[in-house]
Write a protein that binds this ligand. Structure first.
Ligand SMILES: Nc1ccn([C@@H]2O[C@H](COP(=O)(O)OP(=O)(O)OP(=O)(O)O)[C@@H](O)[C@H]2O)c(=O)n1
Ligand SMILES: C[C@](O)(CO)[C@H](O)COP(=O)(O)O
Length: 393
């Protein structure tokens, strides 16, 4: 069965900007029921990152130069599979009641190949570097599998009670694709006599006396198993904007962007009137929908008379954290003729970054004039506007 009969050589579609890999056949097992994933369709046909799950890995294997791709599908799943793999040159084979049986049936359709990669459709994101590492290891071994270290300590569970521990230093989490010398894995599957299923094909090969190399796996090869694995991982990003104006008057200190600037005039207001910090406070409050600066620090409250605006910004940063977010970036624009902002820009960025608790590269301070037009142009006041993004933790 083929989803496309166009007869083009698959290897010709391999990405031109990578050195070619040794020729290999690929089996993608997609014949499971996907019960734990609880999707409306078997999970291998559900949409993930805009495409059916199974399509992702088939595309990656073809791009890496697979000479042919055999996909094991569930009984009665041909229409779903054709739809998921439309336009791709693959062979479809009906799978079995277990993964191992599905692999065996797919292996039975290959007459000859030097190497074969066996992969779970449920692991859609297949880095080419992993494929390259596996194929390279077949120089010296009959099989090679991608693995990751175990990061948690391990307990042996006997009816809910810990009855021992395992040494995680010698244990590895095993992923797919798993790569084999074709004849070795074909013979191992044929010879399998164990009543119980093996966990994977590397175990089948080992049971037949083959040696399996461990190569570095990749987090991206995570298996989609549960419903939560289908929930979008796109970060929840929010934006807030702020705008403020303060009057410039003689006889006041000028506080701007959290620093004191020598100038013949200063900003007037109930607090230190740092228009830049006030604007940033409003942008942050807006991003987490916590009102505006006047709600938190009313100008009528005497305790804020002459207060440093640092306090306001620290408070807004705290509210962002309490809402479950962290600051992504802040982009501030100051609108004035005087003072010139350029000489103070880096000091402002550093102070704002310090108060916001983020790296300086997340803070931008820009300035513009109004071509001597309006109140900023006449030097009567300074206006500021800011945009802040926050990202859910
Ligand atoms: N009879 C089977 C069972 C599983 N698989 C495939 O083996 C891979 C790994 O299996 P798993 O994640 O356990 O998938 P399911 O068996 O479909 O999941 P569940 O146990 O939740 O039903 C999947 O790509 C699955 O489609 C297969 O080809 N044939
Ligand atoms: C083959 C496998 O993905 C390697 O980790 C794993 O053994 C499949 O197990 P499952 O129970 O079929 O999900």
């Amino acid at each position: 069965m083929r989803c496309s009969e166009n007869g083009k050589r698959l290897a010709g579609k391999a990405m031109a900007d990578h050195p070619p890999l040794p020729s290999f056949a690929a089996i993608v097992v997609a014949a499971g029921k996907g019960v734990r994933a609880g999707q409306p369709l078997p999970k291998q046909f559900a949409i993930w990152r805009g495409k059916p799950v199974v399509r992702h890995s088939v595309e990656a294997l073809i791009a890496a130069g697979a000479s042919r791709v055999i996909v094991a599908i569930p009984p009665g799943g041909e229409e779903l599979a054709r739809e998921a793999l439309v336009g791709m040159e693959v062979s479809l084979v009906e799978g079995g009641t277990t993964r191992q049986e599905s692999v065996s049936k797919a292996l039975g359709t290959i007459d000859a190949a030097e190497f074969v990669l066996i992969h779970d459709a449920a692991r859609p994101d297949v880095p080419r570097a992993v494929i390259a590492g596996l194929l390279a290891a077949l120089d010296r071994h009959q099989g090679a599998i991608p693995t990751l270290p175990v990061v948690d300590s391990l307990a042996i569970d006997t009816d809910g009670v810990m009855t021992g521990a395992a040494n995680r230093d010698v244990l590895r989490r095993v992923q797919t694709p798993q790569a084999f010398r074709f004849a070795a894995i074909r013979d191992a599957h044929k010879a399998w006599t164990g009543g119980q299923d093996a966990g994977d094909d590397a175990q089948v090969l080992r049971a037949h006396g083959g040696e399996v190399a461990l190569v570095e796996g990749d987090k991206r090869l995570k298996k989609l198993t549960f419903a939560e694995d289908f929930v979008s991982q796109t970060p929840d990003v929010r934006t807030g904007m702020g705008f403020d104006v303060h009057r410039l008057v003689a006889g006041e200190e000028l506080w701007l962007g959290g620093i004191r600037i020598e100038h013949d005039k200063g900003l007037s207001g109930h607090s230190d009137a740092d228009v830049a910090l006030h604007t940033i406070v409003d942008a942050l409050l807006g991003a987490v929908a916590r009102g505006d600066i006047g709600d938190h620090f009313p100008p009528s409250d005497p305790q804020w008379k002459g207060a440093s605006s640092d306090k306001f910004l620290l408070h807004a940063v705290k509210l962002v954290g309490e809402a479950g977010y962290r600051i992504g970036n802040i982009d501030l624009t100051l609108i004035c003729e005087e003072p010139k902002i350029g000489p103070h820009r880096e000091a402002m960025r550093a102070r704002i970054a310090e108060l916001a608790g983020v790296d300086i590269d997340r803070i931008s301070v820009k300035a513009t004039t109004t071509e001597r037009l309006g109140f900023p142009g006449r030097g009567e006041g300074i206006a500021a506007q800011a945009i802040a993004t926050v990202i859910r933790n």
